[in-house]
Design a protein. Structure first.
Ligand code: S3P
Length: 746
């Protein structure tokens, strides 16, 4: 500890769980030179000394006089309503300049106390709040690891001095806490709902059962639910009484909100409204499941939900793998998105099977839940959507967050332009860099009111109640997302909406609209529809995603001895570019058992190893294989001769710039390639081992995992967490066919 912000002596006032744990942690991690404990009772001081968590302990604040100076920190950890009195004594016996911080759960009242005692907000006071604790209390409950990977919120005043803030930050960091700064008002409001309200409810519930219930033996019959739910009602009673009083206004608002919701729930039970009850419970379950997932990835409360970084995963794939067996890859991503959208806008119930439970499709599902649609599942690919009709969506409480998913954002922008309420669409870091003017501009021409961030990037702010007019649009690029967006807006636009595409793109929206009973006409390269119709709920069996199957089609083609079958794969002709291109390269691919399922053609696909040759990829195949190029370029790296891709500039605006990302990775593996503005030239040859970066793009990560089948050494692939957006069980299926893929957490 030689930094200038290091703490010299740490004084801990109040040796309950919070104070004793900081004292113990400071000693364990040598966060300071000396720890002095102050407690009200002699036996607590004696015990703290005995436990070795302090170097010195006293019951008398006056003992601090003349002992403290520059570099010392006083941490006050006493019940909130005792704070003022302690601060008064501190002012009296500690010289100005010693840093003072605290651990109280309410910060507004601390600010008032400080103001009251000093008459102003001194620079040496830096209020804080460690978000850690347990239902145990007292010095014996101390835990030096209590703060490790836990969040500590500092709420400095505008007046707090930088050096003092730095010192408190360094102190918490050295006991392994994750320090963030927050505004006092926001802190108290957030904590009122996430912490103070649950405590109020838990105490009140236990009190209800203990005192108001007719049955005095009631606890005997209480099972796990009661135990789990009420654990926090064993916490320190004085502390919680004080918190409720100190944060009175915010706590009252939180209780009102809850009582409101509770009486709505009561009414639903009274009316026996099963659908609405399903809505409440499925929405809450989804939120809790996500929270559970977050906890399994990250320490309790150390990250907020939407800003949570995906866990940093790497793949390490050994060479010498096989490609053998019969597998079914997960459901089609494009169709999964559309099934939720159209199911929600339909009248009646839509039953979906084969739904892709990947992050992108789940993001779409969540947005419709946020707009009041009752959606059951997903449970093993089964989803039930209780459609609300074209005009039944409700205003969401906040922004609609779609994570990494461009399809969600672009298609939703069409639907949302036709609503009566305002919305905001936000996404993750990668999505926030992607172009949205391709949908925003034509939607504006139809009369929509959309604001984007600079250069047409997300977030999108869409004003409701705009009168949309149908129009004809000649798409400048071949994009199924743009086409779908405009057709969906067309459901709400006066008259006819038609879209022409420069080359065929996936037509799932058109097919599915028809499946829901909505007339869509197709004339040449133009799709058109008129408003005024309705969608009727139906059943949708989603085929396996050819874009996910593509990795295994390439694996089977490049791996000597391979023989694999991929079952129930969607082979819609607007998606089979990957098969056509691989066949042109010499691949041995057979379609078996061709059939039609719910308006989409499906087949089992057998792929056997075959020597590949380089080709000039026909430009008309590019939109039909747009998502499969990362995998196809791995095939090109294993082919004899040169493969030339042109007319594929769209690849530069996918989840990442896929031309550059593949060029970087292939070069790192010793494969000769040269990117061009609208494509790439790859010369087949030897694939060495090495490290490649996926740039957080799912398809880049999976492609290089497949490349290992022909690599000479291990391939390490960085930044693979986003594979979960489209293909959550890719590692398992890769291992099942014989690819030795290991996942590393960093
Ligand atoms: C998609 C269309 C394609 C594709 C994307 C899914 C869709 O995007 O790349 O993964 O579901 O409509 P573009 O429309 O931008 O080509």
């Amino acid at each position: 500890m030689v930094s200038s912000s290091a703490t010299r002596q740490l004084v801990v006032i109040g040796l309950g769980l919070i104070g004793a744990s900081l004292a113990a942690a400071a000693k364990k991690y040598r966060a300071c030179e000396r720890v002095i404990g102050v407690a009200r009772r002699e036996e607590v001081c004696a015990r703290a000394l005995e436990l070795g968590i302090v170097d010195e302990a006293t019951c008398n604040m006056d003992d601090l006089r003349n002992k403290l100076g520059e570099g010392d920190v006083v941490f006050v950890s006493v019940p909130t309503l005792a704070m003022r009195n302690i601060l008064r004594q501190l002012k009296d016996c500690v010289p100005d300049g010693v840093t003072i911080t605290d651990g109280a759960s309410v910060k507004g009242s601390v600010r008032d106390d400080v103001q009251h005692v000093w008459g102003y907000l001194p620079e040496f006071v830096v209020p804080g709040h460690p978000i850690a604790g347990s239902e145990k209390s007292g010095v014996d409950a101390y835990n030096p690891e209590l703060y490790a990977d836990h969040r500590v919120i500092l709420t400095p005043f505008a007046e707090s001095g930088r050096a003092h803030i730095a010192r408190v930050t360094a102190l918490w960091s050295s006991v392994k806490a994750d320090v963030v700064n927050m505004d006092i008002a926001l802190h108290d409001e957030v904590l009122a709902t996430t912490s103070h309200l649950p405590h109020a409810i838990a105490y009140s519930l236990v009190d209800t059962l203990a005192h108001d219930s007719q049955n005095e033996n009631i606890f005997r019959y209480a099972a796990g639910g009661f135990r789990d739910f009420t654990r926090i009602a064993s916490s320190d009673a004085t502390m919680w009484r004080d918190i409720m009083l100190a944060n009175k206004q915010d706590v009252l608002s939180a209780i009102d909100l809850f009582l409101n919701n509770m009486s709505r729930l009561r009414a639903l039970i009274e009316k026996e409204d099963a659908t609405a009850l399903t809505g409440v419970f499925t929405r809450a379950k989804a939120a809790r499941d996500r929270f559970t997932l977050m906890l399994s990835h990250q320490a309790y409360s150390s990250h907020s939900m939407q800003n949570s970084e995906p866990k940093n995963l790497s793949y390490s794939v050994k060479p010498g793998g096989k490609a053998q067996g019969k597998i079914r890859v997960p459901g089609d991503k494009s169709i999964s998105h559309r099934s939720i959208m159209l199911g929600s806008l339909a009248e009646g119930i839509t039953e979906i099977t084969g739904f892709l439970e990947g992050e992108d499709a789940l993001a779409t599902l969540q947005t419709f839940r946020d707009m009041g649609v009752v959606i059951e599942g997903p449970d093993h690919g089964n989803v039930t959507v209780h459609g609300v009709g074209l005009h039944g969506l409700k205003a969401p409480a906040g922004a609609l967050y779609v994570g990494n998913s461009g399809t969600s954002m672009r298609l939703l922008s069409g639907i949302l332009s036709g609503q009566q309420f305002d919305t905001e669409l936000t996404g993750d870091e990668s999505l926030t860099k992607r172009p949205m003017n391709r949908v925003a501009n034509p939607l504006r021409t139809m009369g929509a009111n959309i604001e984007t961030a600079e250069n047409g990037r997300p977030p999108l702010k869409i004003s409701g109640a705009s009168a949309l007019r149908g129009m004809h649009y000649d798409m400048p690029m071949a994009s199924a997302q743009v086409k779908s967006c405009l057709l969906l807006a067309g459901l709400y636009a006066e008259g006819e909406t038609s879209v022409s595409e420069p080359a065929p793109t996936r037509d799932h929206t058109e097919r599915m609209l028809q499946g829901f009973g909505y007339v869509v006409e197709r004339e040449g390269n133009t799709a058109k529809l008129s408003s005024g119709g309705k969608l009727v709920g139906c059943s949708i069996d989603i085929p396996a995603d050819i874009s996910s199957a593509a990795f295994f089609l390439v694996a089977g083609s490049i791996c000597p001895g391979a023989d694999m079958t991929l079952t129930h794969v969607g082979i819609n002709p607007t998606r089979t570019g990957v098969i056509n291109i691989l066949r042109l390269m010499g691949a041995n691919i057979t379609l078996l058992n061709e059939r039609e399922v719910g308006g989409e053609p499906v087949a089992d696909i057998r792929v056997q190893h075959a020597p590949l040759k380089g080709i000039k990829v026909p430009e008309d195949q590019v939109p039909l294989a747009i998502d499969e190029f990362p995998a196809l370029l791995v095939a090109a790296a294993c082919a004899d001769g040169e493969t030339v891709v042109t007319g594929a500039e769209e690849l530069r605006v996918k989840e990442t710039d896929r031309i550059q990302a593949m060029a970087d990775g292939l070069s790192a593996l010793g494969v000769a390639c040269s990117p061009t503005p609208d494509g790439i030239v790859v010369t087949g040859g030897t694939i060495s081992g090495g490290e490649v970066e996926s740039y957080g793009d799912h398809r880049i990560a999976m492609s290089f995992a497949i490349a290992s089948l022909r690599a000479q050494a291990i391939i390490e692939i960085r930044n693979c967490a986003n594979v979960a957006t489209s293909f959550p069980n890719f590692p398992e299926l890769a291992r099942e066919i014989g690819i030795p893929l290991e996942i590393r957490e960093e």
